[in-house]
Structure formats: C-alpha cells, structure tokens
Design a protein. Structure first.
Length: 577
C-alpha cells in the first residue's frame, strides 16, 4: 500500500513495515489497533519526559496527545514513548543532585536507542525540566532525523502578600529562616503557595533558558515555548508541532540542517540578552558536539561578551516566563537582536522557513518593561560572562545579570571546601568572614561525580544577606536561580588535577567579570610544586553503577561534559542504514 505523499523507500521505517519479510513486524502493529494505512505511513516518535516526579513534567502527557493529532492530520503515524527525567528542584541540596547531569546523557541515549530500535522516521520531543531539554535536543541532532522540539511550559507564579513568588524565593527563605529573620510559620505559608500549577520553574533558570534556546536554535516553532503549562493554547502549539514534523519529512529537512554553527550562535545571543542560566554554557557545546561542531565554553562566552542584556527576568531581574510570553516572547527578543545586526537570519527552522522569514510574520515590538529596546539595554554586555586565568585555564562562567559593575570585581582569601556539604555547613554555622572566596572543589562532572548545582549554599548566603559580601568558585555548577558572584564550571576540574585542586586556605583569589579574569596570586613555580605534591583525585563512594560509568566516560566541562566522541567520529547516518 503506497502513500502518495511520502516515499517509504527512503525512510527508516521501511525496515519494519514494508515487504513480505516484515509480516511478523506488521502483526505487532495490527495488535495495537493500527490500520493498514497507518502502518505504511511514516512512523513518528513522540518522545516525552512525562513522569510524576515534579510539576515540570506532569503536563507533558496531555500535550503529547495533541502532538499526535497534529501528526495524524498530516498523514503520519505517531508512536508515543517516554524517557526519564531527574528534576533539579527536588534533587537539589543532597546526593540526588549527582544524578542530574548524568540524566541528560541517559535521556539522549534512551531516545536514540528507542528511535533506532523501532526505525522511526522523525521525532517530536517534549521536555519540561532542566536536563531534559538539552538531552532531547541532543538526541535529535545525534540521530539527524526531521525533528521538532516542544517545551512543556513554565509554572504560574505563586502569590503571597500581593507579590509574585517562585521556588527561588523558597530556597532563599530557608536562608532567612536559618538566620532567624523568618518564622517557621511564614516559611510554611510561602512553600504552600510558591508553585501553584504544572510547569517548570518560572524565572530565567535553566529550563526556561533552554526553552528560549529551542526557539532560537530553530528546533521549536516560534513562540511555542512561551505559554505557561496549564494554558490550553499550548495544545494548539503541540498540534502545530506534530504537523510541522510531517512537513520536514516531506522536504527532507533534518536536525543538522537546522542546528549549525550560526544557529548555535543565535541561541547563545538569546541566552545572553535574557540573562539566562550559566548551564547554557554546558548544554550548547554538548548539542554542538552531537553535530560534530566545535562550539566550546569560550565560544559561547565570546558571544555573551558582546551581546547587550535587555530582557528583565528573574533571578537577576523582576519578571518571569509568563510575563515574557505576554509581551510577545522569544520572537520579539530575536527581532530586537536582528535590529542590532546580532542575528544570523538565514538559519533554517522547524517551520520549514528561515528564522528571518519566520520573524517577518511576527507583529509586536519591545514593551520597554520586560523587553527593553536593544538600543537602550539594561547593560551593554550579556548577563553571563566567561572567566579565564591561571586558576581556570579551560575557563569558567558567572552570571552577572542584575549585578552592578563594582560588584563584578572581587579579591579575597580562599576558604577551601572539599565538597558542597562542607560549604553549606560553614554557611549555616557562619564559619566564614566577609570578603572570603569560597572554593568548593571535587564537584566536577567526573570528581563529584555528576557536577552538582550549588543552589542550597548560594541561596543560604543570599538569605543571610551575604550574597554580595563573599564570592564562590567551584568546578561544579550553579542553578539558573543562583545570584551573587558565583563562578562555576572551573576547568580543569579538581579530579583532573586542575589548579582548583591545588588551592590552600588563604591563597588570594581575584575574580574580575569586567576583564574576564579568574586568577590566584601564586607563581607558576609554586603551582607546579603543588601539582607535583598533589595526591591525586579524591575517592568517591560511587564505585559502581550509572554514576561510576558517567565519571569514567565524561569529558571536559568546557566541551559540554559529554560522554561519547560525537558527530565528528560517526561512520554512518542513522537515516541511511
């Protein structure tokens, strides 16, 4: 049975649906209620990270049904499947956070294996929580199939005493409670109302940052990431995404036709001008790696350096994702970038048009409150800055959105901790002084293992009113909700013998986000002497299992902390098999 619109002979699903030899395979499809016509149409994987772990994923199942309707409306046969997620908000502040970054690789791997095993022709991927967004996009680029990404949407802001509140306020309230400035009753009131709906954290933390990336890079339909999760309008975007993937199959537009060096640069611009999460400095290189493109932390930071910051979002600013959506969302932001000549307009997108063509259809201008006009930005450089120096030869990253220029230079003595718990206890016990530079090491991808986020520690410092009075550097990561002078991704990490492994209490450290410096006042000779005396990486308690495996395979942070050789090493294309 031939489908007039799609030539099955060039699609992977021919291996499971066409010819007499595939009768047993077809019998399985009949068992699931499929018709002969549906069996011979393109098979589209509809992958979701649905689970009951957290609000960010809870609405994905509903939205997937709308995607499937969109696929069916354009003569495709959707096949829904799920993969894992680890939700950072719940994994935060304990051993569970080690699973977070490793889950990004597991998501990409499991989506790849499901697609390969069943020979699906295209992919619509729905994701809601931090690592699930890059994980899903990595799978798309790795497989290089026609692909459309759909974000599950953000959570609605909570309300308390006439003000919008988010989970970031709850993390910081823990610090205030601990400092004796907030009663247990007030903390309980806040926790009960901060997260009132389905959806991912509402500020410009990692999930919303990567949702903006999905539109800017071209894998998601324009404006599809903006509407909060509970809004019914999300279902219309889901249906449109399902229809869009069928158009991509017909035109043979694949993920790597969309994800190019230029579109990665566009994505980095959008992260910078929205004051997005430092984690984008980890995920953009990882997505690039799947396509065989060298786009490292330094390349991302170079774009951050000369991009104005003009979208006023939490944690550095005032507004949340819902507010951005209500003033026109990412497309309006990209139109402002275009005015300043900061956008590659000829990049292909999931709509089958270039980003320039898609933006031409968008009406609306910067509102001046949430989105400032690009010629009148909040600050002239991006909200995220790269640092380098003798303490971070492979670079490091800091979010400066909302920080004044004088707060972006800091010199102080090192206060060294071997892991996050030790630092958190020191904060709780106030065992530090104003002017100290917290050094938290052995928290990198390999040495942690898992490159944990440090939100509990940074939020506790903010809650104690010390966010501007101390600085913090780590080979681990920070949550997108972190604020203050907190430098992450210091590379090489301690487990790989980087200079951060050699620091001692009292060493004078200089952090300068204006010049991009992260250095320690030690001579090369002294560092070499300490390196010779270094006893090697700290032993961890993870000697087997998934985290052990991740620690063995994971590469350098500046390259995206990836676990396989990537697009450059490929010897075949999945769709050509």
């Amino acid at each position: 049975m031939k489908n007039a619109r799609f030539d099955k002979s060039r699609l992977p699903s021919r291996h499971v649906t066409e010819g007499p030899a595939r009768a047993p395979h077809r019998s399985y499809y009949y068992a699931m209620g499929m018709t002969e016509e549906e069996i011979h149409q393109p098979l589209v994987g509809v992958a979701t990270c649905w689970n009951e772990a957290a609000p960010c994923n809870i609405a994905l199942n509903r939205q997937a049904q709308s995607v499937k309707m969109g696929v069916k409306s354009e003569q495709g046969t959707p096949r829904e499947f799920t993969t894992i997620t680890v939700t950072d908000g719940i994994a935060m502040g304990h051993e569970g956070m080690r699973s977070s970054l490793a889950s990004r690789e597991a998501i990409a791997d499991t989506v790849e294996l499901t697609m390969r095993g069943h020979c699906y022709d295209a992919l619509v991927g729905l994701a809601g929580c931090d690592k699930s967004l890059p994980g899903m996009m990595m799978a798309m680029v790795r497989l290089n199939v026609p692909s459309v990404f759909l974000y599950g949407g953000s959570i609605l802001p909570g309300r308390l005493n006439g003000k919008d509140v988010t989970v970031q306020d709850v993390f910081e309230a823990v610090g205030q409670h601990q400092a004796g400035n907030l009663s247990t009753c007030e903390l309980e009131k806040l926790e009960a109302v901060a997260c009132p709906s389905a959806g991912a954290c509402g500020g410009q933390f990692t999930a919303n940052t990567m949702a903006c990336v999905s539109e800017a890079i071209g894998l998601a339909l324009l404006n599809s990431s903006g509407a909060p999760a509970p809004y019914e309008s999300r279902d219309a975007y889901a249906e449109a995404s399902g229809a869009a993937v069928m158009n991509l199959i017909e035109k043979n537009i694949k993920a790597r036709d969309i994800v190019t060096l230029e579109s990665l640069q566009n994505a980095a611009r959008v992260v910078a001008c929205t004051g997005g999460s430092t984690n984008a400095g980890l995920h953009l290189p990882a997505i690039a790696h799947e396509a065989g493109i060298d786009f490292y932390l330094e390349d991302v930071c170079e774009i951050f350096r000369d991009t104005p910051y003009f979208v006023d979002l939490k944690p550095g600013g005032q507004y949340v994702a819902k507010d951005l959506y209500e003033v026109g969302g990412v497309p309006i932001v990209m139109k402002e970038l275009r005015k300043a000549g900061l956008l590659h307009e000829d990049c292909m997108t999931a709509s089958g048009e270039t980003i320039g063509e898609a933006l031409d259809k968008i009406e609306g201008e910067a509102d001046g409150k949430v989105i400032y006009p690009v010629e009148n930005p909040i600050t002239k450089t991006g909200g995220v800055v790269g640092l380098k120096g003798n303490l971070a030869p492979e670079g490091a990253i800091v979010k400066v959105a909302g920080m004044s220029e004088e707060d972006q230079v800091f010199t102080g003595p090192a206060l060294v901790f071997e892991c996050e718990q030790d630092a958190f206890e020191a904060v709780q016990n106030r065992a530090y002084k104003e002017g100290d530079v917290f050094v938290i090491r052995n928290e990198g991808p390999s040495g942690g293992p898992g490159m944990r986020e440090m939100l509990a520690t940074t939020a506790a410092l903010s809650g104690q009113g010390m966010g501007k009075k101390v600085a913090l550097i780590t080979d681990g990561r920070f949550s997108g909700a972190t604020r203050g002078f907190c430098v992450g991704h210091v590379g090489p990490e301690a487990a790989h013998g980087g200079p951060i492994a050699l620091l001692k209490n009292g060493d004078m450290i200089t952090l300068n986000a204006l010049t991009g410096e992260l250095s320690v006042d030690l001579s090369d000779e002294e560092l070499a002497k300490r390196k010779a005396e270094w006893s090697g990486p700290r032993e961890t308690i993870y000697a087997s299992g998934a985290l052990w495996k991740f620690a063995q395979q994971v590469g350098a942070t500046y390259k995206g902390a990836v676990t396989h050789p990537g697009g450059k090493a490929e010897k075949h294309e999945y769709m050509d098999l």
